[in-house]
Write a protein of this length. Structure first.
Length: 319
C-alpha cells in the first residue's frame, strides 16, 4: 500500500504556500517527500514472507495463554516486545531489576526504555558516538541518578565481557537484550561461556527467513552469519542467526525458548529452572514458537512515534 494520502496532502500544501514562508515550507515539504519515498521503497521490498500455515498457527496460539504471542504491546520497543517482557516477569518475578541492552541507538526505541521508566536500572552500550551523546541528553536525569550507565564502544565477541566488567556489572541480572544486526549469535555465545553476567531472561533478534525444522535435534536450519569483527549490517538479509540456531545455543547453556514477537523479530529465552509450567514447553524445538517476517505487514506493523518525554524526566532534559 502506497502512501497516497500523504502525497495528496503534500501536493495540496505546495499549492497553498505563503510567500513569506516559502523557503521554510519548501524545505519541510521536501523532507516529507523524502520520507514518503523511503517508506514506499521499504514497503515494496518488505512484502510479507510468511504463509497461511503461520497465520493458522498464530490464531491457535492466541487461544492458549501459555503462549506469549497474545500479550505483546508497544510503548518504546520496536514491535510488541514491551508487552512480552512485562508478561514474562509477571510470571517469573524479578530479583534486582537490572538490565543490559546493546545496540540501543539513541535509547528512545529499545527493549529496556520502559523498564528504566518503571524503576529498573542498567547499562546501555552502543558503538555510535552521536547516538550515545543523544542518550546523555535524553536520559540526563537517569544518568545523574546512577540509574543508567552508558558505554560508547563497538562490540565484539572478544570485548563484550570486559565491557560489562568496565561498567561494574557481574553476576545475575534480570534482563539482557541483544540487537547488533550481525554478530549477535557469536556475542551471546561469548556471554554464556564466560558468565561475567548471568541473565535470567534473554531477548535476541533472530533472522526470520529460515523456519526451524520440525525435529528439535535437526540442526540443518541453524543459520549463523560467519563472524567478522568489524561487521556492519549492509541492510539486507545477511543478518544474525536463525531461531533454530539460537534455540540450540541457549539450550546448551540451560535456557528455554518461551516465545517470539508476532512480527518475527525477537526471540525470548529464560533460565530453564524458572519456566516450570508457566510457559509452553520447548521440548518440540523452536518450530512451535516461530513467527515469520511480518515487520512491514500492515496488519502487524507498529509504526514508530517518538515520545515527547520520559515518564519521570522533564521535557527540558530531552531534545
Amino acid at each position: 500500500m502506497k502512501f497516497k494520502l500523504g502525497q495528496k496532502i503534500i501536493d495540496k500544501l505546495r499549492n497553498k504556500k505563503q510567500n513569506e514562508n516559502k523557503k521554510l515550507l519548501e524545505n519541510v515539504l521536501n523532507c516529507l517527500q523524502s520520507i514518503l519515498q523511503i517508506n514506499n521503497k521499504i514497503l515494496e521490498r518488505s512484502n510479507y514472507v510468511g504463509g497461511q500455515r503461520w497465520e493458522i498457527e498464530l490464531q491457535e496460539r492466541y487461544k492458549n495463554k501459555l503462549y506469549l504471542d497474545g500479550f505483546g504491546y508497544k510503548v518504546f520497543s520496536q514491535n510488541d516486545e514491551d508487552g512480552i517482557i512485562n508478561e514474562i516477569f509477571t510470571r517469573i518475578g524479578t530479583t534486582n531489576k537490572k538490565f543490559i541492552e546493546f545496540g540501543v541507538q539513541d535509547g528512545i526505541e529499545c527493549n529496556s526504555h520502559l523498564l528504566l521508566d518503571t524503576g529498573w536500572s542498567g547499562l546501555w552500550i552502543d558503538g555510535n558516538k552521536d547516538d550515545c551523546n543523544k542518550i546523555k541528553t535524553f536520559f540526563k536525569t537517569s544518568i545523574e541518578n546512577k540509574k543508567l550507565a552508558i558505554l560508547n564502544d563497538f562490540i565484539t565477541k572478544d570485548n563484550i565481557n570486559e565491557l560489562f566488567a568496565k561498567a561494574g556489572f557481574q553476576g545475575e541480572i534480570d534482563f539482557l537484550s541483544i540487537d547488533i544486526d550481525g554478530n549477535d549469535w557469536h556475542v551471546l555465545e561469548a556471554i554464556l561461556k564466560r558468565k561475567q553476567i548471568i541473565p535470567r531472561v534473554i531477548c535476541v533478534e533472530y533472522n526470520p527467513l529460515i523456519p526451524p525444522a520440525s525435529d528439535p535435534k535437526d540442526c540443518s536450519t541453524d543459520y549463523v552469519l560467519p563472524y567478522k569483527e568489524d561487521w556492519i549490517w549492509p541492510v539486507d538479509d545477511s543478518q544474525g542467526a536463525s531461531l533454530s540456531a539460537y534455540y540450540h545455543l541457549c539450550k546448551n547453556y540451560g535456557y528455554r525458548l518461551v516465545g517470539t514477537c508476532v512480527n518475527g523479530v525477537n526471540a525470548f529465552f529464560i533460565q530453564e529452572n524458572l519456566a516450570q509450567d508457566k510457559f509452553i514447553s520447548d521440548k518440540n524445538g523452536a518450530l512451535p514458537f516461530y513467527n515469520p517476517w511480518r515487520h512491514r505487514n500492515i496488519k502487524y506493523y507498529t509504526p514508530f512515534a517518538m515520545p515527547f518525554c520520559d515518564l519521570r524526566e522533564s521535557l527540558a532534559n530531552r531534545i
